[in-house]
Write a protein that binds this ligand. Structure first.
Ligand code: GDP
Ligand code: MN
Length: 376
């Protein structure tokens, strides 16, 4: 789950990361009033859940309240990478001497948090990684010991040469890591962390992604969710308790069980097709789930066929078949659908489906091939 910069800054503040004062506004008048109250140069920052806002014109420095209002008028309502800006963060502007990159990610390869840092901050870290990989420092943290103070100091010493600055950076690394662990983040990033001409270190941008699998124990974080920025299909799926991920292909698939869903996607690829989604309806034959699943998939115009692949273990195939009948009665489906059911009560299921005139398949291979053919 992604959260906005202003929300990420709140989480950082709570752990003591120095962040310049800021407030959120939804109208140019509010922006004007906040800027007047600050009485100093401010930055007007679009709050959208994508990176590279600065380059897209969504971050603007204003010398006074009048200019802040002007910037707000341009930025509010602006489209940034497909998202409309409906709120901005007004922060007191900071004078910048140097920009540093600082981030923590959960690294799959080492199965540990890795702290990444670079004195070449400000630009996107992917760009630094491509053009100047040696400029990125990496520190793998042992989660049992946690981040040790000397490790932060060694890392900080590679980012600046003034000892007073290094001490501040080391403390910020520790606090950033604390936030990362506390909120179950998969990514926590400060880009840029800036050093002012007076030698003060501040986080002027903040990005935190939360591990979705940890949200059950992070109710406060979950409440920060901004549904307007999420795929409506994925929102509907989550509400119905389905695991759904939209992909780029044209063969939709509805499967019970995550392992079988993965295998189904692999097979679609093997036979030259492209899966349009991952969708696990779980062990249930609840028609409502099937209806939601089909509905979500039908909402994607690139889908040209749907393959339904069910293994009946504890789930009974005839239950699923009845669920499908109900679903088809309720929905107006024009796309070709291929059904493959196998396992418990398979024969009864096939009898039920035979009445519906649906293409069925006896094997997974056969079903996948048919669905790909129907999609092209
Ligand atoms: P991003 O483009 O979405 O990463 O947005 P950032 O918050 O990182 O802002 C982009 C750039 O705007 C930064 O790298 C800075 O160069 C500049 N910027 C942002 N805030 C300030 C500020 O308070 N003072 C100054 N001088 N520049 C700022
Ligand atoms: Mn940034």
């Amino acid at each position: 789950m992604k959260i906005h910069e202003y929300q990420a800054k709140e989480l950082f503040r709570a752990d003591g990361v120095p962040v310049p004062p800021g407030e959120v506004a939804r109208t140019a008048d509010e922006v004007y009033n906040i800027a007047r109250r600050y009485g100093k140069p401010v930055v007007v920052k679009s709050q959208v859940l994508v990176g590279g806002r600065g380059k897209a014109g969504g971050v603007k420095l204003a010398k006074d309240a009048d200019e802040a209002r002007k910037h707000a008028e341009t930025i509010l309502g602006m489209d940034i990478k497909g998202l409309t800006v409906d709120k901005v963060l007004i922060t007191q502007a900071v004078k910048i001497d140097t920009e540093i990159y600082l981030g923590v990610i959960m690294d799959r390869a080492s199965q540990r948090p890795v702290i990444m840092a670079s004195a070449a901050g400000g630009v996107e870290i992917e760009e630094v990684a491509r053009e100047n990989p040696d400029a990125i420092q990496r520190l793998t943290v042992d989660p049992l010991h946690g981040l040790l103070p000397f490790q932060s100091r060694v890392l900080a010493s590679k980012l600046h040469d003034d000892f007073k600055v290094i001490r501040q950076i080391a403390t910020i690394i520790e606090k950033l890591y604390r936030t990362f662990v506390r909120v179950d983040a998969s990514l926590a990033e400060i880009n840029p962390l800036v050093v002012t001409p007076e030698g003060k270190v501040l986080a002027i941008d903040a990005k935190i992604n939360i591990d979705d699998n940890a949200l059950y124990r992070q109710p406060e974080i979950e409440s920060l969710r901004d549904l307007s920025a999420e795929d409506p299909g994925e929102v509907a799926a989550r509400e119905m308790g389905l695991s759904f991920v939209r992909l780029k292909g044209n063969v939709g698939n509805i499967v019970n069980g995550a392992g079988l869903a993965m295998a189904t996607m692999d097979l679609i690829k093997t036979y030259g097709g492209e899966p349009a989604n991952f969708l696990d309806i779980g062990g249930s034959s609840n028609p409502e789930k099937v209806i939601t699943a089909i509905d979500i998939i039908l909402g994607d115009p690139s889908v040209k066929s749907i393959f339904i692949n069910i293994f009946g273990g504890i789930t009974r195939c005839d239950d699923v078949a009845r669920g499908l009948v109900t679903a088809f009665e309720k929905l107006d489906i024009k796309l070709p659908i291929v059904v493959r059911l196998t396992g418990t009560n398979e024969a009864e299921a096939k009898e039920i489906l035979a009445k519906m005139d649906l293409p069925t398949a006896d094997t997974m291979d056969g079903g996948v091939k048919k669905a790909i053919e129907l999609a092209s």
